[in-house]
Every structure is written in structure tokens, then in C-alpha cells.
Design a protein around this ligand. Structure first.
Ligand code: MSP
Length: 635
């Protein structure tokens, strides 16, 4: 059996799943189901990307251990995909031991090959995108060109991958493989980037440790592998690379499905790593566009993120899948609006598809005791049947290029043939004019249209098409796909089953806009929230009071000298005179905000602020529970 390998990106565990993630996964699931139906031996991989500074900081900001936090979010993604019936074969986590071993193996092979060397990295890093940037790439000198967030200046020892060695080889790969990058329009963008020159890539970090350690023989424990090398390797380690190689016969991927934001990593870094590892390159890297909501970019802070589960619960999972794939051409951005979703359900699914079934259920019940036969199809409707088979036969071309909106558009043409034929033939009059055989042929034609269409539609709407197929007395499986779609055969005679309407009309939006917003918005904070980065801006250190005296003429102020381990003590003017006698303060520890801009209070320079808790009973200085080393930063 021919093998077929398809992957989603692995999702970061710093966020909840939204429709953008669901979109990537649903396209991938569709492709996996499509190829299985055509008899391929499919391996469908998905999972979570759990290492890196972003995750470490997200866990810290929530006061959680990183592993525990990653377990929880990874579990939520998995539960969502299970709930959605996503047909993945493996769910990989980058914290899996086998994955880590595979990453170390890759590092080792690249190192032995001479593709890795040690140096110092000095530049800018965007934690949100986990990406290094040169000064010239930044926007306004300090913002990430991809997400707009402020970058950090990084200067650390690092191992580098000789990406520059692969520039020509990459260009050759793009050149020789017309469809290596889909949609084709995106290829030029990548090509131009590579032609602009590739610099070697920093592939280890030392300033945090939530990541895969280097192979032991490197004897360099302070380094962890850069999260993108770690993450990209999942596509190989999931098949056993670096451990048992068990499923490496599926490699390379037929399709890596990704969003356009991560194309560069997949179309430049990943093939270079593979060339270094002497592994074959993917057949297609396919980048889809982004989803917005009612025209606006979705973000947690705006509270307009759409929970895919909520949409599926309100409108039906298969309807949601259909909408996402039908609404947007692959590669382009799409907008989620309930009105558009309702229109698709009522018009495409309800009128064109659901009604066609209802009509033959009704007519066959009335005229033929619910029996449907293919006997007269070719006698009366040969050309129509041939046209239907031709259209359905052309769908594979669209599927291969992931143009699922075009695939569906074409598929709907066969439904239009069926609907149009009923109007043309006017079976209710034909029956009165002894046209029984023609009407039987018409119902046979439509039953065949619906059977072939439900097979072709099943990868997109697996559940609804099962119901549809049941009414037509067939199973959705490879045998029927081969028979009815590939070999263009006709249905055997059967008795049609009456089933409730598949797509009941939706008159009103089923999700209250306000409710979605309330539910996805983080709870209204009692205090204005700050980010962890904001918190890090305040430097608080442990200090000891070495001298304390009253500020003349002030009822409230004391003048303190606080040693925080610098060359000379900091002078601090503190409003604590009513609560502390100067002598009681000497040699006691305090917590001092040490990077507050100096200010003059009653003529005295104050170079910091001591922390205190003031309630109705008075004021208490905040101190370490036990004496700490002077100068220790409080975090
Ligand atoms: N962890 C990396 C991928 C590593 S793959 C080796 C990552 N994760 S992510 O969780 O941020 O994004 C995963 C996928 O979701 C990407 O393909 C991204 O494009 C997609 N989307 C995230 N937001 C999206 C929209 N609003 N719309 C459509 N897809 C978007 O990147």
C-alpha cells in the first residue's frame, strides 16, 4: 500500500486553541481522510510544541511549574482534537523522551558533519516568535518585524548551524520542485528571502533551560537546543528518527500543513536541517492564510478569539468544517462571521444538498414505493451522468494542490445538475404522461449523484456524509470510492431510507456575539494586569539598613542608607517615621526597588524605595522571611 505522510504544525502550549489552530488541523484531517479513502496507508501527525522561553515565561507568570503547565495545555489541545474526531495517528509532545533523544541525535549528526560550530550570538530576540533578528530587520529599531512586539537584546555563547552553506541547495530545490511550496505564489517570497543571503543560525540558548539539552558528549550542559530546531525535528522523531526508526518509511512528508506565519521556518530551516542530516525533503510545504473575526485580527487582549468548540457545538462540527474549507481559497486570509456561516449552511448545505436528498426521498416514496434503480439512468440521462463523473474525476487535481474551496465549488456543480434536471424533467407531470421510466431514471441519476458526491465530500464532512450514505444504502469506504468514483460505476438498486433533514434551516445566529466575547475574555482583573515583561522591569533587591536618621522638619520621613551590595549604600527617603524608630532599623533587612528613577524629597536625594504593607493597624516593612544575601534580586 502506498504510504502517505501528513502533518500539522505542533501547537505552542502558551495559548488556548482557537479557530486558526482548528483550521490547520481540519485541513490536515481532510487530506488524511481523503488519501485513506483512496486506499493509501496514511500517517497523520499532530501534537504540541512545549519548549522555549515563551512557554517557560508563560508558566512562570501563572505561578506554575513549566512541566505541569505544559501537561495541562497539551492535554487540552488533545482533548479538543479527540472531541472533533480528528483522525491523527500520533500525538507528539516535544517533552517526550523519544523526541528529545531524536533531537540530540540530529544535533550530533549535524555536528559531526561540520555543520555546527560554537561562537557568540549578539543580536535581538523576539520571545513571542522565538526568532532571532538582526538590527536592520527590526521595525523602528526595537520591534519584531513579524509580530510587532518589543525584542530583547541577547548576547550569549551559542552554537550555530551553517545555514549559509545551504543557500544554493535551497534555491535549486525550489527551482526543481515546482510545487514544493504551496500555494505557488508563496514560493517567490521565500526564494527572494533566500536570494537576499542567509546568515548562520544560532541553534542553542544559555539564558534559560526549558529545552532539550545538548548530546552528553558535547559536555556543555548550559546550552539548550533552540526551540525551532527542536520543534521542526518532531516531523522526523515522531516516526522514530534517532530512536527505533520504526515508521521512517513514511518519511518525508507528502504535506506539511502550516500557517503563512511559519513558512520561513518550514521552507528554509527545515529543508536545510534535512539536507544536513542526509534525509529527503518534503514533497510539499503548504501555507494557509489567517483567520480574522468580523474583519479584525483575533487576539486575547481584544477578547475576540473564537473558540472552535463553541462554533461546532452551536452550528455542528461538519458544517463548521465545510464553512472553513469552502469559504476561503487556500493561502488567502479568511473572515469568520456568523452570517457567512449561516448562509453557507442554509444555502449550500440545506438547499443544494439536503433538499436534493429530500426530493428523491419524497418522489420515490410517492411513485416507486421508495425503491431506486440505476436501470434507466443511461437510457435517459447518459450525458448528464458522464458530465457528473467527469467533474468528480477532476476533483483530485484540486485536492492535490489543497484548493479545497475549488474542490467543493466543482463538487457543487454536480448537485446543480441534479437540481436542474428535476426542474427540466418535471417528474410530477411526466408521471401523468406515462413517463415512469424516465422519472425512475431521474431518481436513479440523482441517487448516483448524491452517492458519488457523498463519497467525495466525506473527507470534509465525515459525519453528515455517513448519514447521507446510509439513506442511500452505501458505506463510505475505499471499495465504494473505487467503484463509484474511480471506476464511474452506478449504484445497485436499493430502497431509500427516510431520514430527518440533514441541514435544518438556521434563522438566527446561534452564538451570541457578546457571550463569546465575555467567555473568552480573561476575567476582569481587580488590579490592572501587567505582563511578565512589565514585572521584570521592576528590579527589587535585598538590602540592609546601615544608617537611619530623621529628616529634619518632616513628620513622616526617615533618611536611610541601604546597602544592596554596590560600591556604596543607596540613600533612601522613606515615609515610615510614624512607625519605626531609626535605631530599630539598623542592621535589619529590607526589600528595595533599586531601579526607580532618583527623586528629591524635602531636599534629599532618594535612590530607591523600600517595600512596605500598610493597613489600618499601621505599616510593616516587607523583609525576606530569613536573612538573604545582600543584593539578591527578588522575583
Ligand atoms: N509551535 C509553532 C509551530 C512549530 S511546527 C514545527 C507555532 N505554533 S502556534 O501554536 O503558534 O501556531 C500553530 C498554527 O496555528 C500555525 O500554523 C499558525 O499559522 C496557526 N494560526 C495561529 N493563529 C491563526 C489564525 N488567526 N488564523 C489561521 N491560523 C493561525 O507556530
Amino acid at each position: 500500500m502506498k504510504k502517505f505522510y501528513v502533518t500539522t504544525p505542533i501547537y505552542y502550549v502558551n495559548d488556548v486553541a482557537h479557530i486558526g489552530h482548528a483550521y490547520t488541523t481540519i485541513i490536515t484531517d481532510t487530506i488524511a481522510r481523503y488519501e485513506r479513502l483512496r486506499g493509501k496507508d496514511v500517517f497523520f501527525l499532530t501534537g504540541t510544541d512545549e519548549h522555549g522561553q515563551k512557554i517557560e515565561e508563560a508558566a512562570k507568570a501563572r505561578g506554575r511549574s513549566t512541566q505541569e503547565y505544559a501537561d495541562e495545555v497539551s492535554g487540552k489541545f488533545k482533548a479538543l482534537w479527540d472531541d472533533f474526531g480528528i483522525s491523527y495517528d500520533k500525538y507528539i509532545r516535544t517533552t517526550d523522551a523519544e523526541h528529545k533523544a531524536g533531537v540530540q541525535k540530529a544535533f550530533d549528526v549535524m555536528y559531526e558533519k561540520g555543520d555546527i560550530y560554537k561562537d557568540e550570538y549578539e543580536g535581538h530576540y523576539c520571545v513571542s516568535c522565538e526568532t532571532f533578528f538582526t538590527e536592520t530587520q527590526l521595525v523602528g529599531g526595537e520591534q519584531c518585524p513579524d509580530c510587532g512586539k518589543e525584542v530583547r537584546v541577547v548576547k550569549e555563547e551559542s552554537y550555530f548551524f551553517r545555514l549559509s552553506n545551504y543557500q544554493d541547495k535551497l534555491l535549486k530545490w525550489y527551482e526543481e520542485n515546482e510545487k514544493a511550496i504551496l500555494p505557488k505564489s508563496r514560493k517567490n517570497e521565500v526564494k527572494r528571502f533566500v536570494e537576499g543571503g542567509l546568515t548562520d543560525l544560532s541553534i542553542t540558548r544559555t539564558s534559560f533551560d526549558w529545552g532539550v539539552k545538548l548530546p552528553e558528549k558535547m559536555n556543555d550542559p548550559k546550552h539548550v537546543v533552540y526551540v525551532w530546531l527542536d520543534a521542526l525535528m518532531n516531523y522526523a522523531t515522531a516516526l522514530g528518527f534517532g530512536t527505533d526508526d520504526k515508521n521512517m518509511d513514511y518519511f518525508p512528508a507528502d504535506y506539511h500543513l502550516i500557517g503563512k506565519d511559519i513558512l520561513r521556518f518550514h521552507a528554509i530551516f527545515w529543508p536545510s536541517f534535512l539536507m544536513s542530516l542526509d534525509l529527503p525533503l518534503p514533497k510539499h510545504v503548504a501555507a494557509h492564510g489567517w483567520w480574522t473575526r468580523d474583519g479584525a485580527k483575533m487576539s486575547k487582549s481584544k477578547g475576540n478569539v473564537i473558540d472552535p468548540k463553541e462554533v461546532a457545538e452551536a452550528y455542528g462540527l461538519d458544517n463548521f468544517r465545510y464553512f472553513m474549507l469552502r469559504e476561503v481559497p487556500f493561502g488567502q486570509d479568511g473572515d469568520f462571521a456568523q452570517k457567512a456561516l449561516m448562509d453557507r449552511i442554509n444555502s449550500d448545505l440545506g438547499n443544494d444538498l439536503g433538499n436534493l436528498l429530500n426530493r428523491i426521498i419524497g418522489m420515490s416514496g410517492k411513485y416507486f414505493d421508495s425503491k431506486i434503480s440505476s436501470q434507466y439512468v443511461n437510457e435517459y440521462f447518459k450525458a448528464d451522468m458522464a458530465q457528473v463523473d467527469e467533474i468528480i474525476g477532476s476533483l483530485d487535481g484540486f485536492a492535490k494542490e489543497l484548493q479545497l474551496n475549488r474542490y467543493l465549488e466543482e463538487l457543487w456543480k454536480v448537485l446543480a445538475i441534479g437540481n436542474k434536471k428535476i426542474e427540466e424533467v418535471q417528474p410530477w407531470t411526466k408521471m401523468k404522461e406515462n413517463g415512469e421510466n424516465e422519472v425512475s431514471g431521474l431518481l436513479g441519476l440523482i441517487a448516483n449523484i448524491l452517492a458519488k458526491a457523498s463519497l467525495a465530500l466525506s473527507p470534509i464532512m465525515p459525519e453528515k456524509t455517513k448519514e447521507l450514505a446510509k439513506a442511500l444504502n452505501i458505506e463510505i469506504d475505499t471499495v465504494n470510492f473505487t467503484k463509484l468514483v474511480e471506476n464511474k460505476e452506478l449504484l445497485e438498486d436499493f430502497t431509500i431510507e427516510k431520514i430527518p433533514p440533514l441541514f435544518p434551516r438556521i434563522e438566527e445566529p446561534l452564538m451570541k456575539e457578546a457571550v463569546i466575547e465575555e467567555e473568552t475574555k480573561p476575567e476582569e482583573p481587580k488590579d490592572p494586569q501587567i505582563t511578565f515583561d512589565d514585572f521584570l522591569k521592576v528590579v527589587t533587591k535585598v538590602g540592609v539598613v546601615v544608617s537611619a536618621e530623621e529628616v529634619p522638619k518632616s513628620k513622616k520621613l526617615l533618611l536611610l542608607q541601604v546597602d544592596i551590595g554596590e560600591a556604596k549604600p543607596r540613600q533612601v527617603v522613606a515615609g515610615i517615621k510614624e512607625f519605626y524608630a531609626p535605631a530599630d532599623l539598623i542592621n535589619t533587612q529590607v526589600c528595595l526597588v533599586s531601579n526607580l528613577k532618583p527623586a528629591k524629597l524635602m531636599g534629599n536625594l532618594s535612590e530607591g524605595m523600600v517595600l512596605a504593607a500598610k493597613d489600618e493597624n499601621g505599616l510593616k516593612l516587607v523583609r525576606p522571611e530569613k536573612d538573604a544575601v545582600i543584593g539578591t534580586v527578588i522575583s
